[in-house]
Design a protein around this ligand. Structure first.
Ligand SMILES: Cc1cc2nc3c(=O)[nH]c(=O)nc-3n(C[C@H](O)[C@H](O)[C@H](O)COP(=O)(O)OP(=O)(O)OC[C@H]3O[C@@H](n4cnc5c(N)ncnc54)[C@H](O)[C@@H]3O)c2cc1C
Length: 407
């Protein structure tokens, strides 16, 4: 089968890798031009099951070598002493295998693992698709027309394939009541390879070092209800200044770098609430189908595991495998959707008591023996989503010559 994948970030390349291993012919179309592909991006996490997928792909060691190495965090608050949190111990307690990596680095590694075995088309996008039950006719923005057996949207939170096959985004989103802004700037505070965070009611400001560039990323999370134009970066920058202009702490120095920030990212923290990720011969994987919310729900691990499952189910049952894929990943999607509002509630505290107690609780928890931390996490949704190592085994379906380049 010829399978078109829209999006070459995380879910797209993982899906392309496994499809090729099962003997399919994947084509990946990515809107970003080749020269900009894989650049930048925020820090994302791979937890147990996703780490195992990466290991089976042979990229785990490369991913670990590229990890952020942000192992500690200082949490500050107004009028209270700073608290040090050992992040490496905390992650070890949450997940048997965990790595934090910049999304751009992960994308580059996954692309390198698939560039010879899948067809990649950069700087283009699907303009239109028509599913006639036997296949899907696709017209691209470039004007090119091609026919595929299946089309998979791996094109993120604001998915193009979802819009074309499932309808407008507005009706398919659940706003969690928070917003998120990130941009790069020089390391003016000497943060180095460390994370600095400042907590207050309804707001979190974080600064973390990017060892590869010597710069830092400044991140702002806050609660509210806003209306803004999602295409207008200047308007979004103005919103951030309005929210944080009089915050104090180190924020005035951070905001000095906002006007010239080229990689400025701003979005609401929203989930995709579709109940089905399959429409005929078109399906969605990763954030496109079930983003649990950026930065609060482990979307990267979910994307990796789901892409692995989708390829395996297609290998097992052909197009009928699309429905099986839905059923296999549904519990993980449901758990992630339930968890992310709770994570948002923790990282953007809603009341003064949480501001007072949360940093100390996190620091204390991280100091406990790893086995005890795991026992505590296993009692709640964090354990279900991040500690799970369960992966279906499709190894009997692998094709003998399938790691060879495409003809
Ligand atoms: C600021 C921020 C912080 C985050 N922090 C974390 C974290 O700490 N931990 C974590 O696990 N996750 C985090 N996430 C979420 C994580 O980035 C996503 O869950 C993950 O990247 C999902 O992968 P994906 O491949 O499904 O989609 P994406 O990574 O969003 O990739 C979509 C791809 O599709 C491409 N594309 C878009 N439109 C088109 C089109 N029309 N045609 C072709 N291609 C297109 C895009 O260019 C992109 O390459 C964060 C997200 C944000 C925004």
């Amino acid at each position: 089968m010829k399978i078109l994948i829209s999006g070459a970030s995380v879910a797209g390349p993982v899906l392309a890798y496994w499809l090729r291993r099962y003997g399919f012919e994947p084509t990946v179309v990515e809107r970003t031009p080749a020269a900009r592909h894989g650049l930048g991006g925020h820090a994302v996490d791979l937890y147990s099951a996703a780490a195992e997928v990466a290991r089976r792909m042979g990229c785990w060691d490369t991913i670990v070598a590229a990890r952020t190495q942000l192992d500690s965090m200082t949490v500050e608050r107004f009028g209270r002493r700073p608290v040090e949190v050992d992040l490496s111990r905390m992650y070890a307690g949450i997940s048997r295998q965990h790595v934090e990596i910049l999304r751009g680095e992960l994308t580059r590694i996954l692309y390198d693992a698939t560039r010879d075995s899948a067809e990649y088309v950069f700087g283009d996008s699907i303009a239109d698709l028509h599913d006639d039950g036997e296949g899907v006719d696709v017209r691209f923005d470039s004007g090119l027309r091609r026919r595929f057996d299946l089309v998979i949207g791996a094109d993120g939170l604001h998915s193009n394939v979802r819009r074309l096959a499932f309808g407008p985004e507005e009706g398919l989103q659940r706003q969690l009541g928070g917003y998120l802004a990130v941009f790069s700037m020089p390391d003016v505070f000497g943060v180095g390879n460390h994370t600095l965070a400042h907590f207050s009611v309804g707001k979190l400001v974080g600064v973390y070092g990017v060892r590869q560039t010597g710069q830092v990323r400044a991140g702002f999370l806050f609660r509210g209800e806003l209306t803004y134009d999602h295409r207008d970066k200047d308007q979004q920058k103005a919103v951030l200044v309005k929210e944080f202009g009089d915050y104090g702490w180190k924020v005035p120095q951070l905001l000095e770098y906002l006007p010239q920030a080229e990689d400025f990212y701003f979005d609401s923290i929203a989930q995709i609430t579709l109940d089905s990720w399959v429409a005929g011969r078109v399906a969605l994987v990763g954030d496109a189908g079930y983003s649990p919310g950026p930065a609060v729900g482990g979307g990267t691990s979910l994307a990796v595991v789901a892409a692995y499952v989708l390829a395996g189910e297609l290998a097992a049952a052909g197009p009928a495998g699309l429905r099986n894929y839905e059923e296999v990943i549904r519990p993980l999607v449901d758990n992630s959707r339930r968890l992310s509002p709770k994570i948002m509630g923790t990282v953007i505290p809603s009341n003064a008591l949480a501001v007072r107690l949360m940093p100390g609780a996190a620091a204390t928890l991280a100091k406990l023996p790893t086995s005890l931390q795991r026992l505590i996490w296993s009692q709640n949704a964090v354990g279900k989503v991040f500690s799970s190592t369960t992966l279906p085994d499709y190894s009997n379906l692998l094709q003998p010559d399938s790691s060879q380049p495409l003809p």
